[in-house]
Design a protein around this ligand. Structure first.
Ligand code: UN1
Length: 504
């Protein structure tokens, strides 16, 4: 058993423990295992991290962009060195299977490498002017202090999606990792420190909703980057409306789907559905809660999917032979059980009755087996519209592709969508008519890469995609115009005559 992590906040380059409240991070696979004990950031702590980020901002903005990029190169080397340890800690702390944790460390590394690459990119454009003697430029500038509030399910890659673009562009950061994965958040912050990022550029405060709310209420925060539930994202947007130039990028819930057309390759479709529905125990924000299946293929598809779902190995996340591990905590178990029961009440035909796993291997953890049901689409069925965030999968028959588009769009969310078909006309219909941020063809609806925009529409996101797409959000565009002549000449033919003389 590994040593228990001593949690600390990092404020202006100094690590602080607390005399105040603390909370524990426990492993979802062995509830008796305490991963670490962490200080609950008070509103004053939140103020302090924001003030530290504000103080560090002028010098950081003034530093060479290429120097900032080189610090990311240092960070990449550290992540490579620590990759196995990080994956192990992640598997213990959030319960994802070790292979997924390794892939997440790689995804974080990819973001660091991408950001390093942007160090020598242009920071704007050279534009034409109506006046021959004028040079005009668009130059991006950092906003200032960015609050980064991140979820437990991608505790390493998602913070890097946000920290990377923010920092390379010259912003400083107040970072609050999820209270379910504080150890990984702290480890990541330590690595920024080791890579040579100056004191105050990355600050860390641990805690839950109240700590996050204190960050969001702080008028000195220019940008809030958030990934998590719709309710929290919506609250952040409401609180931020008080601040006149606050930018908020929210990536929130989903009811993502795979659409299996009548001409789909059956094995490919089953594979896409299983990966989309049950990888990470259905706890990616892009996980599919729905598989829409052409009626003509439904029975064959359902039979194969259920047979394969029964064979999935669910167990210790540190055992590489397992397909998936536990869900994050008891609360998540209860939520999924509630939705499984609700599906039955709402008239689902249960094809695979999943729920709490109680064998010896599972007795100490939050393990759930897949729940799969058939249900005709109904606008009033809550289970077909609300996010469950667990291994709970609806198979919904459809008549034709137009019908599938209508069913797909009938949720408040719009994050991720996959279509399985050989028909190029169908691909185009779904591409253009469905509401989503990430669309896939003949693939699962999970598995994005960092250089692509990652975000959604409707209740899934407010149009500021994360990862590489965030560069636009964490900067504002300025126009910079320089006159190389010796007299003032104005655009639009505006006269420069002042009392009969041209201005000199
Ligand atoms: C999330 O769903 O919470 O697209 C992030 C994916 C991963 C990131 C998921 N690259 O599945």
């Amino acid at each position: 058993m590994s040593a228990v992590v001593t949690g600390k906040n990092l404020i202006a380059g100094r690590w602080h423990s607390t005399n105040g409240d603390r909370f524990e991070s426990r492993s979802p696979s062995r509830q008796s295992e305490v991963i670490g004990v962490f200080p609950t950031g008070s509103p004053e702590d939140a103020k302090r991290v924001v003030a530290a980020a504000r103080d560090a901002f002028p010098a950081w903005r003034r530093s060479s962009r290429i120097h900032r990029a080189e610090l990311f190169d240092n960070l990449a080397q550290i992540v490579k060195r620590e990759a196995d340890n990080l994956a192990q800690l992640m598997a213990r702390e959030c319960g994802k299977v070790i292979g997924e944790c390794r892939a997440e460390v790689i995804e974080g590394l990819h973001m660091i490498q991408y950001v390093f690459g942007t160090g020598r990119w242009p920071v704007g454009d050279v534009l034409a002017s109506e006046i021959a003697e004028k040079d005009a430029f668009m130059r991006r500038k950092p906003w200032g202090v960015v609050a980064v509030i991140t979820p437990w399910n991608f505790p390493f890659a998602v913070p890097l999606w946000m920290l990377g673009p923010s920092l390379i562009e010259g912003n400083t950061v107040a970072f609050k990792p999820s209270e379910d994965t504080p150890a990984i958040g702290q480890r990541l912050t330590e690595m920024f420190e080791e890579a040579g990022f100056p004191a105050g550029v990355v600050n860390l405060v641990h805690g839950g909703g109240e700590t996050g709310e204190a960050l969001v209420r702080d008028a000195d925060v220019n940008v809030v980057l958030f990934t998590g539930s719709y309710d929290v994202g919506h609250r952040i947007q409401q609180l931020s409306a008080e601040h006149y130039d606050r930018i908020v990028a929210c990536e929130m819930g989903s009811k993502s789907a795979v659409i299996v057309c009548a001409d789909a390759r059956l094995d490919l479709a089953v594979n896409c559905a299983l990966i989309s529905g049950f990888k990470t125990s259905g706890q990616r924000c892009v996980s599919a809660g729905r598989i829409l299946v052409a009626e003509s293929l439904f029975d064959q598809f359902a039979e194969k999917l259920v047979a394969a779902a029964k064979r999935l190995h669910i167990g210790d996340p540190l055992d590489a032979g397992n397909f998936t591990g536990p869900v994050i905590h008891r609360g998540a178990v209860e939520k999924v059980e509630h939705y499984n029961a609700l599906a039955k009440q709402e008239g689902a035909t249960v094809l695979l009755d999943g729920g709490r796993l109680s064998g010896v291997e599972h007795s100490n953890g939050c393990y759930l087996s897949p729940f799969v049901y058939r249900m005709a689409h109904r606008p009033d069925a809550r289970v077909l519209h609300e996010e469950v965030f667990g291994p709970h999968l609806a198979l919904i028959p459809f008549k034709n592709n137009e019908d599938a588009v209508r069913i797909y769009n009938d949720t408040p969310y719009g994050l991720s969508m996959a279509v399985v078909t050989e028909d190029y006309r169908a691909m185009r219909l779904f591409r253009d008519e469905c509401e989503y941020g990430m669309g896939y063809v003949n693939l699962p609806c999970i598995g994005a890469e960092v250089h692509l925009p990652f975000g959604g529409v409707k209740k899934s996101g407010n149009g500021h995609p994360s990862a590489a797409g965030l560069i636009e959000t964490v900067t504002h565009k300025t126009a910079w115009t320089v006159n190389h002549g010796t007299e003032v000449k104005m655009a639009q033919g505006l006269t420069t005559e002042i009392e009969g003389n041209s201005a000199q």
